[in-house]
Design a protein around this ligand. Structure first.
Ligand code: 48F
Length: 260
């Protein structure tokens, strides 16, 4: 077999654009490839829906790679261990009942692999810079290469149509912030605007993350740390059970809507 550079180039370009074309009108668009977005993507695609995840950075995984302060171990509580079991991520009980640790590297790589094999399309190095809202409901995303924004180039973006959007952008809560800026007072929070993240409190934060995993604007759901920043919950630090459980919950909420 003779290897030639033009065939290699054609293979990459053709396969990539096939996938891009296949994902221009989808059921669910997830913004952010941290733990909550990846878990949501896994459950939605496993149920047979067309789902794409957009990640600004070169690699998915968000804040999970670094564990706590770059010590690459994560902690999960009892309630979330079944999810790591489902993904076949190994957990080790810690001395006090109910605490488990897992390698953050194994967690990111294994969850990502399962999600992609379930059918999730991941577009990395793409930033979501705006949303499409029609008749007071989100109906798509405005995307651009991260390299374009990094270089400060004046290049117009492209768009993707989606029946549902998930803001899984973590602390920055970028999609909710975009809606708040253009439609102030219209979020499903107590003030109608973003409430902002509160002081560190793992116990409260893990509970509230799950409770606040919900629709925040017609068609737009929040998951993971974005729930706390949107609805005013505390931060929790490097315990990841709430992120995983929130990803699962948002998938089930949207699956119910898709089944209507
Ligand atoms: O921050 P991140 O890991 O979100 P998460 O799933 O998990 C939070 C935890 O990692 C940790 C924590 C819990 O212990 O407090 O922080 O809520 O991942 C968010 C991802 O979204 C990407 C960003 O690069 C990161 O990988 N992202 C943010 N804004 C955009 C985006 C955007 N506009 N377009 C594309 N990707």
């Amino acid at each position: 077999m003779r290897l030639d550079e033009i065939t290699i180039t054609k293979a990459i370009v053709e396969r990539y654009f096939e996938r891009l074309m296949d994902n221009l009108e989808i059921d669910v668009a997830i913004v952010g490839g941290g733990p909550s977005g990846l878990v949501a993507g896994y459950f939605l695609t496993k149920a047979g829906h067309r789902v794409a995840l957009y990640e600004r950075k070169l690699s998915v995984g968000g804040g999970m790679w670094g564990g706590g302060m770059l010590f690459n171990e994560i902690v999960v509580q009892e309630e979330a261990r079944r999810l790591l079991d489902e993904f076949e991520v190994r957990t080790v009980p810690y001395e006090e009942a109910g605490y488990y640790t897992a390698s953050s590297i194994e967690s990111v790589s294994t969850i990502t692999s399962k999600a992609v094999k379930a059918g999730l399309s991941i577009f990395n190095c793409m930033s979501v810079e705006d949303v499409v809202v029609k008749n007071d409901r989100v109906s798509g995303l405005v995307i651009n290469w991260t390299a374009v924004s990094m270089a400060g180039l004046h290049v117009d973006p492209l768009s993707v149509g989606s029946r549902f959007l998930i803001d899984a952008t973590g602390h920055d809560t970028e999609i909710v912030t975009m809606i708040e800026r253009k439609a102030p007072g219209k979020l499903a929070t107590s003030t109608g605007n973003k409430e902002g993240e509160k002081f560190m409190n793992p116990q409260e934060a893990e509970k509230l993350t799950l409770e606040n995993t919900r629709e925040v604007f017609p068609g737009l759901y929040v998951t993971g740390m974005a729930c706390n920043a949107t609805f005013g919950g505390p931060r929790m630090g490097p315990i990841f059970g709430g992120m995983l459980l929130s990803g699962e919950k948002v998938a089930h909420l949207i699956l119910k809507e898709l089944a209507r």
